[in-house]
Design a protein around this ligand. Structure first.
Ligand code: PGA
Length: 259
């Protein structure tokens, strides 16, 4: 079993961008452009736009998701949003452990692990983000950091739950910097992540799990990433904010399939 057996998942992460009106207008513009996509097309929108975005996406192949969730079920947690609320608002997936959450909002692997369990319990497919800093890479600690992120974040998940999870390798030095990883570096890390999964959950699970690359993906560099044998998709920040560049990246994958 190889790459062909895995779906390609191209996801946009809007971060703290777009109002409800802007989200709806984006979806109306992008939906006809990506209707023939052979990749799965996911969009992680702000909480406030979830409901309107999922309505606007109805009848299209766009799948709407969220960017974070609370690890708690419900209760006195002012300002938090639960998995059940996300699901009801139309989210099908949720990003968990993005490096901005880990760094700016102090999310540890333990918190990320609780969030993953909660997401799956609520019927949301998680995208788990992992990745090293520039300093960690320079010091030769990339594999240790990634193994730690993967094993601690995924701790206690059953095989079927791992299979519902997408991994996003996002080197922190590549996020929002324009400094995209080389395809060789990305492929090396993806293959390492797959071997960690294989060792812990078995070869079959590792062969099936979708591993995305994220960090300064643009229409100009997306194809060389998607061409790598262990890269099954992309998590796109900046370039997902305009429907032109997002649809261009999604359709690059189509072109590859048709050739
Ligand atoms: P970027 O962000 O594409 O703007 O680098 C990627 C991400 O943070 O998911």
């Amino acid at each position: 079993m190889g790459k062909e057996a895995r779906p390609t998942v191209i996801a946009g992460n809007w971060k703290m961008n777009k109002t409800i009106a802007e989200a709806v207008s984006f979806i109306e513009s992008v939906a006809p452009l990506v209707k023939d996509a052979s990749a799965k097309v996911w969009l992680a929108v702000p909480f406030t736009a979830l409901s309107a975005a999922s309505k606007a996406a109805q009848g299209s192949n766009l799948v709407i998701g969220a960017q974070n969730l609370s690890e708690m079920e419900e209760g006195a947690y002012t300002g938090e949003i639960s998995g059940r609320m996300l699901k009801e608002a139309g989210a099908a997936f949720v990003i968990v452990g993005h490096s901005e959450r880990r760094t700016l909002f102090h999310e540890t692997n333990q918190i990320v692990n609780k969030k993953l369990h909660r997401a799956l319990q609520c019927g949301l497919n998680p995208i788990l983000c992992v990745g090293e800093t520039a300093e960690e890479r320079k010091a030769g600690h990339t594999e240790t950091v990634l193994k730690n992120h993967l094993l601690k974040s995924l701790h206690g998940l059953a095989t079927e739950q791992i299979q519902k999870t997408v991994i996003a390798y996002e080197p922190i030095w590549a996020i929002g910097t324009g400094n995209v990883a080389t395809p060789e570096i990305a492929e090396e890390v993806h293959s390492f992540c797959r071997s960690v999964i294989s060792h812990e959950w078995g070869k079959e699970v590792a062969e099936k799990i979708v591993i995305q690359y994220g960090g300064s993906v643009k229409p100009e560099n997306a194809k060389m990433m998607l061409d790598q044998s262990d890269i099954d998709g992309l998590l796109i920040g900046g370039a997902s904010l305009t429907y032109e560049s997002f649809s261009k990246i999604v359709n690059l994958h189509n072109a590859k399939v048709r050739i």
